[in-house]
Design a protein around this ligand. Structure first.
Ligand SMILES: *[C@@H]1O[C@H](CO)[C@@H](O)[C@H](O)[C@H]1NC(C)=O
Ligand SMILES: *[C@@H]1O[C@H](CO)[C@@H](O)[C@H](O)[C@H]1NC(C)=O
Ligand SMILES: *[C@@H]1O[C@H](CO)[C@@H](O)[C@H](O)[C@H]1NC(C)=O
Length: 510
């Protein structure tokens, strides 16, 4: 009945993605006269909850001219994976390590939890700083703040301007404590910022990022991590950005479209600042989402299955591209398997930094595949193993990985999902009809799925009954990963975190 869907997807994908080749762009000549040994400026822009179907070049109803232009001048990553939610992706980006190795396997870091990215391994920013980069961060941290040691300016960033929690009001920059009272979460590395009430964060963070660029002393290379609040809930945007989307009936989608529009403009402004400063030719800019779109909050991942929080492709197959004058590839689409942990060795390598002093990395250096189209060094990708998630059904086998546990692994073309992966609907952009076939029925104790993601990226054809040998092989991968997983660290909430006890501002409490 629905076997045409993957084919349709493939046709659509090639139609919207353009050229398939990796062409070295021979007319790019780089003139790097500054005394930084030719090391590129590295700009990492992370969007929050930005869906697969929400960027122009994926055929979205939302126009993103600046992002589209950057991506088409660079390399679109079309087999690129992040984690299903905020803290996990950020933790892997900053550490180069899977969650099973940091103890952050489960959920996010909640505001009142005394938790953080472990201090036992340097962050990407630590390594950039060690390599002589000027390191700056603007935007959302979400990697823990209960003690000073966990704050971004103690983890490799010389300057910080942004917020520490996962979500807040875009205008007041306030976040509620569990008693419902709202407290400021906006600060720089010197202290709380009380003066920006009413200043929309997409504008504010873009201005701070462009300030960093303008003030940058070009005798050093620059590492800038801009982690936008956009386009996470709450649905908030100045009216002028959503006016062009008045035709979208669903109010959340309408607001979301406006929020994307503002972010796209912000990335355009940042690019312009880099060009005006003369840095662009020696810059590598990475753009990535942190996870799939939240379909209940305006985001969309169609035709992928599921969304934010799930181990389906819609939760993890992320929007991502690389651009900038320092890239030799131009106008290409990369279909090699690349994961968010790979940025650590890739970008530290590009910075000619050293990887000494880290705990074993799970990422691999992907610069050659991004820049020259060579095959990915990665064939296996552990999406996650979450032993604290509720268990489902009965174990399929007793001598290998317990299929009641929420987990997923990719080996080559094949992906195995176990446990309770989260909602697996195919959701079309709001305002249109649901995809036919979304009313799939699976029994309540089903806990194993197998897909050939290369042939079936939309996960319509569960092969677990047809390929029991492959199921066992992939369970063996999960079992081996699980043997060296650390115990999840997910402490109870600590009421001493109440900002009322700390000057009415979110911040360290221990
Ligand atoms: C981008 O720059 C223009 C011109 O300075 C400004 O009007 C606009 O608000 C900026 N947009 C964002 C998102 O910062
Ligand atoms: C890496 O090695 C350099 C040079 O020996 C040293 O200064 C630096 O502290 C080391 N970094 C880490 C994180 O161990
Ligand atoms: C997965 O599908 C691709 C594309 O159809 C095919 O080339 C490949 O052999 C399949 N892989 C496996 C393991 O069946």
């Amino acid at each position: 009945m629905k076997s045409w869907l993957p084919l349709l997807f493939a046709v659509w994908l090639s139609a919207v993605s353009g050229n398939n080749d990796h062409r070295a762009n021979n007319h790019h000549h780089h003139h790097n006269n500054n005394n930084n040994n030719n090391r590129p400026n590295i700009i990492f822009v992370l969007a929050d909850d930005y869906g697969y179907n929400d960027i122009g070049y994926h055929g979205s109803q939302i126009a993103t001219p600046n992002l589209d232009k950057l991506a088409s001048d660079g390399v679109k990553l079309e087999n690129y994976y992040v984690q299903p939610i905020c803290t996990p992706t950020r933790s892997q980006l900053m550490s180069g390590r899977y969650q099973i190795h940091t103890g952050l396997q489960h959920s996010i870091i909640h505001p009142e939890q005394p938790n953080g990215l472990p201090l036992d391994s340097p962050t990407m920013a630590d390594k950039m700083k060690e390599a002589g980069y000027a390191t700056h961060m603007v935007g959302k941290w979400h990697l823990g703040f209960f003690k000073d040691e966990y704050l971004p300016w103690n983890r490799g960033f010389s300057t910080f301007y942004g917020y520490l929690n996962g979500a807040e009001d875009y205008f007041s920059h306030k976040k509620a404590f569990s008693d419902g009272k709202e407290y400021l979460d906006l600060r720089d590395h010197k202290g709380p910022i009380h003066s920006e009430d009413g200043h929309y964060s997409t504008h504010l963070f873009t201005e701070k990022a462009t300030d960093v660029v303008r003030a940058h002393d070009a005798s050093k290379p620059l590492f800038l991590y801009l982690a936008y609040q956009s386009v996470h809930s709450p649905m908030q945007v100045p009216g002028e950005y959503k006016r062009k989307y008045d035709h979208i009936q669903d109010w959340k989608r309408r607001f979301y479209a406006g929020m994307v529009d503002a972010m796209d403009e912000g990335v355009g402004n940042l690019t312009k600042a880099l060009k005006d400063k003369g840095l662009w030719d020696n810059t590598v800019l990475v753009f990535s989402t942190d996870n799939g779109g939240a379909v209940g909050d305006g985001g969309n991942n169609f035709p992928l299955r599921g969304g934010k929080g799930s181990l389906w492709e819609g939760g993890m197959r992320g929007v991502g591209f690389v651009s900038g004058g320092k890239l030799s590839a131009s106008g290409s689409v990369n279909r090699e398997l690349i994961h968010v942990t790979d940025w650590f060795p890739t970008l530290v390598g590009l910075a000619q930094g050293a990887l000494n002093g880290t705990k074993p990395l799970d990422g691999v250096d992907q610069w050659d595949t991004i820049n020259r189209g060579t095959p990915s060094k990665r064939t296996v990708l552990l999406h996650n193993i979450d032993p604290l998630n509720h268990k489902v059904g009965a174990p399929l086998y007793h001598d290998t990985f317990d299929t009641r546990v929420k987990a997923a692994v990719r080996v080559g073309d094949m992906k195995l999902i176990t446990g309770a992966p989260g909602s697996g609907e195919w959701v079309r952009p709001p305002g249109r009809k649901r995809a036919s076939g979304s009313g799939h029925h699976t029994s309540n104790d089903k806990n194993v799925w197998l897909f050939n993601i290369t042939a079936d990226p939309t996960e319509h054809h569960d092969l677990s009954d047809h390929m029991p040998g492959t199921v066992r092989t992939l369970l063996g991968h999960l079992q081996r990963f699980n043997q060296h997983a650390v115990t999840p660290h997910y402490p109870p909430e600590d009421k001493r975190s109440n900002p009322a006890l700390h000057g009415g501002v979110w911040g360290p409490w221990q």
